[in-house]
Design a protein around this ligand. Sequence first.
Ligand code: F6P
Length: 534
Amino acid sequence: MDWQARPRCDEAAAWPLLQAHFAQHFAGTRAFDLRQAFADDGAARAQRFSFEAAGVFADLSKNLIDAEAQRLLNQLARECGIEAQRDAMLTGERINTSEQRAVTHVHWRYESNQPPALSGQARAASESIANTVANATAVHRAMLDFAEAVRADERITDVVNIGIGGSDLGPRMVVQALRSSGHANGPRVHFIANMDGHELAELLPRLQADSTLFIIASKTFGTAETMQNAASARAWFLAQGGSDVARHFVALSANTAAVESFGAGCCFAFDEGVGGRFSLWSSIGLSIAIAIGRAGFEALLAGAHAMDRHFASAPVENNLPVQLALLDLWNRNFHHFASRCVAPYHHGLRSLPAYLQQLEMESNGKRVDTRGRALEVASAPVTWGQAGSNGQHAFFQMLHLGTDVVPVEFVLVREVAHTLPGHHAKLLANALAQARALMVGQAGDAPERHFPGNRPSTVLMLADLSPRSLGALLSMYEHRTFALGALWGVNPFDQWGVELGKRHAGEIEAALHAGDAVDLDASTAILIARLHGS
Ligand code: F6P
């Protein structure tokens, strides 16, 4: 199937079959009951809805889905040409249709220049991506040499990554995760993203100019927050008596022309085909490499690559990212669940929900398909969450007894990286207990204490939180997001929706300074009048 000729999910032959199946077995009084499903064939069910790839285990069996829905969803995936779309991405076709670009983040994690084993047609096309792979390998080599030099340089005690969105959320989450699991042993790494100067102002007093390296991370090298923070950091550096800007500032960007005027010592460039929210594998990952070293960063790439190979070759029925995307579609477009709660039960993964918000909502928060037609089904739900077990004492009341049913995704790590006795078994037990309690519920002795149960959850499990396992997990989330967008027929790789607010910000900043809001609406004018001079 030509990837461009594929139907949208709601135009596929399986769609009305899924609607009929849902109406018959999941809607109204005949609603599917998980407890009954497990009573009927628990072991088979647990087996049928368990998947494993590249060290990531997934238990989907506590979701409101049955074997027939799964069969029809697999049929839907084929009818939507999910494999053709996947191969088109992996072989460098211009699948980012609105920007007329290939998507190349996967090409940044090939091991030793070996493209993944693809079908005949795809293998032929993959030669065309050889340049991207060669460039990625060269940039990685230079970037990792630089990272090792910084790690070996005892004068550098602090590294500050200045970037926002994809130039912050991925690196910040990975460094936090691997620091927590004992894999980060380089200089202290800090992250500055917000336009709000309080974030940078809070950090600067803890730094010394001559022992700090600033990384200016920006694909466009034009994002207002990053440019403002970079300018403030350079001003602080000079005010502290720092003179060698070139030695203490390095840039990461796809816009090398714009970097020149900043005066950074060097720029590790990446290509336009790497989307911001998919960029931690590219030179945007420098802060990660400085924190975990060359071997660690290569292991991160290798883990992601192992998941790429699985995604590239596993049939739909056993393809973990595709199966998760099909479950997301079933939950969103048939059960009409408006959000998904991500609860990582590892302190190190506390920034995973924030990272996934950008990955999933900036990718699939779309209202038109790649042909410009308005969607007739709902697209990206709200992704939210917090690390477990903290969330249990914040929003699990709502998850158990609220009116909205919210699928919960627990992320567990079997091995522990600390030596404090008594914690880990309790943590894991709490996660499994919450998933079970959501399902089984409990009759209450009073209405407010009645747990309806039959509430869905997924458990993802890693053996450990290492660079390799984390690489595989994040690659899984990327391919899941891509596959879901492909089913909806949207372009997961553009983000035009972020531009309008930025444009208004320029106008309003001028109005704030001038105290003149004549051309703006009355509400904004009142607010500007109150803020003028601030
Ligand atoms: O405004 C959204 C966005 O464009 C994201 O897609 C991107 O990750 C972020 O801003 C930062 O962009 P840049 O890396 O170009 O500074």
